[in-house]
Design a binder for this molecule. Structure first.
Ligand code: ZN
Length: 101
């Protein structure tokens, strides 16, 4: 009886922790269109986004979609990825900075 209660509490804690991580990831660079990660080459967009890992469990990400989308005057790359381990979806915003500027 008590064991089951503890197990349930542990599961609740794990869910809370994952939610906190997801909320934090949204505030980090790349988590929103107002705070993109800047890279200097289009070839770096996908490895940079996927390299972040899952926001919920830290597992490996698999690319789902990569699109270019305008946000105001800025054109950003939006990478949609899903966690291979837990299925959580992550959207990463990346800007391409011209290395010559
Ligand atoms: Zn995950």
């Amino acid at each position: 009886m008590r064991k089951r209660t503890q197990k349930r509490a542990a599961a609740r804690d794990a869910v809370k922790l994952a939610k906190d991580r997801v909320r934090l990831a949204a505030l980090e660079e790349g988590g929103s269109s107002s705070r993109p990660i800047w890279v200097v080459s289009a070839s770096l967009v996908e490895p940079t986004a996927l390299g972040l890992g899952c926001a919920a469990c830290g597992g490996p990400l698999r690319l789902q979609e990569h699109e270019a989308k305008p946000f105001g005057a800025q054109l950003l790359r939006v990478v949609h990825a899903g966690c291979i381990d837990c299925g959580h979806r992550r959207t990463v915003y990346i800007g391409l900075r011209d290395p010559l500027n």
